[in-house]
Design a protein around this ligand. Structure first.
Ligand code: HSE
Length: 436
């Protein structure tokens, strides 16, 4: 505890998450004092634009645009840094660590790009970096993996790690809305990243999966080496067709041990509608973590948004004050120093698949598609095509949904390449695995 019973902190960034942090510090001051034995104060706040209206009271803080104000304040020992981007936050955090301050961040892109450097620096300086909010928003998954599951070898993680894309997929199906309208709503609600492309193309989920993989499997994988596919080309008809077949489409992040190799992927996947992961709706995240001793553990909750993310940030702050952050940080340094696992070659992974094509409505088109699949040893398990208008000139478009039996990714990709050359295709096709 701070000798005077006061624990002054700094805050860098006062946007969606930062204002949520200020609100918890103010509204739950008594609770936080009970948790830490200290009164947490916020003497310094650093923002890009001090004139921007914020719905929190910063009248007891000095608000500036320069990190120097925090660096110069020796009474500040912990700093909440909630700013997006990588280059600026990296420089800030290096300076904060060098000036003897512990850092709390929610920035997964930063950890993916500069985690090794920042963790080593913090270790050499005897400081800590806490980042519970960087993965799955309000769900305490970092502390679960680093502390609660220490008796386990992790066997698999199957998860929904991006709230925005889950919100989009759920809303489209529940309200029969189109993709772009729902994406705008997700942005207005504060779920989406500044650049929502990261949410919908699978990058944000891949960054979070890379962080979990580092801790759960001791394997450092650059997030852009994780096979990933986004949700941009999924339309309402796909969601309805999947629902008709008894499935929900979810952007699934998977890290799984497979013959002592690590299988990693982020892709929209058909999941049986009665599974808990399929029932995860809105901006919620979900993780099923299998440990060899505990079995399957399921965590669910708000994965994005102001207050859930701030909840995880303030929990990290409490850990910093009580000393728990040092234990967790040391645990994660040890966890990521294990022998890295080799990656499972994607081409060898075999799964059932959902294929959807919009094709010219004329003779032999279905036969051509079936022929390509057959030649690559891919067996069809069902075919659906709704009745189309009778167009004598063959200008109509038919929508075909084909489910396949289990086939390897290598065979499927070879078939994809040939199918992409067929002149009967009309618009983007979709291929998604079906989870067993
Ligand atoms: N944009 C992220 C999401 C926020 O939608 O999950 C939390 O990282």
């Amino acid at each position: 505890m701070h000798p005077a019973g006061i624990f002054p902190i700094g805050l860098v960034g006062c946007g969606t998450v930062g204002t949520g942090v200020v609100r918890i510090l103010q509204d739950s001051a008594d609770l936080l004092t009970a948790q830490t034995g200290c009164t947490i104060t916020l003497p310094q706040v650093v923002v890009r634009d001090p004139t921007r209206p914020r719905d929190v009271d910063l009248s007891h803080s000095s608000v500036s645009t320069s990190l120097d104000a925090i660096l110069a304040d020796n009474s500040i020992r912990a700093v909440v840094h909630v700013v997006g981007g990588t280059a600026g936050p990296r420089n800030d955090i290096i300076r904060l660590l060098q000036s003897g301050k512990d850092v709390i961040t929610a920035n997964k892109a930063l950890l993916c790009a500069h985690g090794d450097e920042l963790f080593s620096l913090a270790q050499s300086l005897g400081r800590t970096i806490s980042f519970e909010a960087a993965v799955a928003g309000g769900i305490p998954v970092i502390s679960t993996v680093c502390t609660a599951l220490t008796a386990n070898r992790i066997v698999s993680i199957e998860a929904i790690l991006n709230g925005t894309s889950n919100f989009i997929l759920t809303r489209m199906l529940d309200r029969r809305q189109v993709y772009h309208d729902v994406l705008q709503e997700a942005q207005q609600l504060g779920y989406a990243e500044a650049d929502p492309a990261m949410d919908v193309d699978g990058s944000d989920a891949a960054q979070k999966l890379a962080i979990l993989t580092r801790l759960a499997f001791g394997t450092v994988v650059p997030f852009d080496r994780i096979a990933r596919q986004g949700i941009q080309n999924i339309d309402l008809q796909d969601l309805l067709a999947a629902a008709d077949l008894g499935y929900r489409i979810k952007l699934l992040a998977v890290a799984r041990l497979n013959s002592a190799r690590l299988e990693l992927s982020v892709q929209p996947t058909l999941v049986r509608a009665d599974r808990s992961i399929a029932m995860t709706s809105g901006a919620h995240n979900f993780l099923a973590i299998e440990g060899d001793a505990v079995g399957v553990l399921k965590l669910a909750g708000a994965g994005a948004g102001r207050m859930p993310t701030a909840s995880a940030v303030v929990a990290d702050l409490v850990d910093c004050i009580t000393g728990r952050a040092a234990c967790t940080f040391n645990a994660l340094l040890r966890l990521q120093q294990r022998n890295p696992l080799p990656l499972h070659p994607t081409a060898d992974i075999a799964r059932r698949q959902y294929l959807r094509f919009n094709v010219a409505d004329r003779p032999h088109v279905l036969a051509d598609l079936a022929h390509v699949l057959g030649r690559h040893g891919i067996s069809i398990s069902s075919v659906r095509q709704d009745e189309t208008e009778d167009s004598a000139d063959g200008t109509g478009v038919a929508r075909l949904v084909i489910l396949t039996h289990r086939a390897s990714e290598g065979r499927l990709q070879a078939a994809d390449n040939e199918i992409d050359c067929l002149d009967s295709l009309r618009g983007p096709r979709i291929r998604m695995p079906i989870a067993d």
